[in-house]
Design a protein around this ligand. Structure first.
Ligand code: NAP
Length: 274
């Protein structure tokens, strides 16, 4: 990669960002595609978010990835939000289209592409999503129409009920919200952890106890006690690495108009995780 006066810049904004695997993944793809683009990460404290977005305009960046804690807060500073990002209530990708900054969210589609790649089919399955935050909103947008049925559980029940009501409004699908996890867990064919439980393996309890025969998904992209327990029971298990990869593939396609080489991006992701 040679940086020149013509190199186009895409940036990640978050706080912190030093740990991010995205620069490696995206730069590897740009290089393989022979595109004069580079991807950098900027640590933006919340108080400076508005200035950072103004900087995107002033410096004519091609676009952004947006991560914690700015995914929701960035929305008022953009010109347009696509319908999926509006439903999710969070933006993870910004594209500069002419003078306008357009917000997208590629997490849900990325998740579905990752399932497709693994040959995991939600069709015909009773799916339970545990957690009703941003990640759950992104995947539920698709699962509620693709799966035989979807149920949502969150310790904060009103939050899960709000998501269910939004799914009914926007997708026209009725999504039950059990009062207790045990009401939906035993009958589910696929159970997905969309809570942060597992990020602190020594301290966190399991988000749920998987059952034999279930497909168990975890949106966390490193190995967790839940994934180990599900594997021990012989369950089919997937983690969030595929979602991370494919949300990036879709974001890259939005910035460049070209489908990036996902195998190259996966290799970069694996190297970053090592
Ligand atoms: P979030 O907004 O904090 O939402 C998590 C939700 O889970 C919250 O509503 C939380 O409730 C709830 N919760 C916590 N403990 C629970 C429990 N024991 N049972 C039921 N619900 C519980 O987080 P997020 O942004 O949606 O992210 C969720 C996970 O997905 C994180 O681990 C994140 O790393 C992962 N993720 C992965 C990708 C990827 O590309 N692989 C992308 C996005 C997110 P309270 O608010 O009451 O605590």
């Amino acid at each position: 990669m040679t940086i020149s006066g013509k190199t186009r810049v895409v940036a990640l904004i978050g706080h912190p960002v030093a740990h991010s695997l995205s620069p490696g993944m995206h730069n590897a793809a740009f290089e393989r595609m022979g595109l004069d683009y580079c991807y950098v990460a900027f640590d933006v404290p919340p108080a400076l978010l508005r200035d950072a977005v103004a900087g995107v305009r002033a410096l004519e960046l091609e676009g952004l990835n947006v991560t914690v804690p700015h995914k929701e807060a960035v929305m008022p500073f953009l010109d347009t939000i696509d319908s999926e990002a509006a439903f999710i209530g969070a933006v993870n990708t910004v594209v500069k289209q002419g003078a306008k900054l357009v917000g997208h969210n590629t997490d849900g589609r990325g998740f579905m592409r990752s399932l497709g790649e693994k040959g995991i089919e939600p069709a015909g399955k009773k799916v339970l999503v545990v957690g009703a935050g941003g990640a759950a909103r992104a995947i539920s947008y698709y699962l509620c129409v693709e799966a035989a049925s979807l149920a949502l559980f969150d310790l904060d029940r009103p939050k899960a009920e709000r998501l269910a009501a939004d799914l009914k409004d926007v997708r026209g699908v009725e999504v039950p919200v059990p009062e207790r996890l045990e009401e939906s867990l035993p009958g589910a064919d696929m159970v997905i952890n969309a809570t942060p439980l597992g990020l602190h393996p020594g301290e966190d309890p399991l988000p749920f106890s998987p059952r034999e025969g279930q497909v168990v998904g975890d949106l966390i992209y490193v190995e967790t006690p839940l994934q180990r327990e599900a594997a021990r029971l012989g369950c089919e298990v997937f983690n969030g690495r595929g979602m991370l990869l494919w949300q990036g593939v879709l974001a890259s396609a939005l910035w460049t108009g070209r489908e990036p080489p996902h195998d190259v991006m996966l290799r970069a992701l694996r190297e970053g995780l090592r």
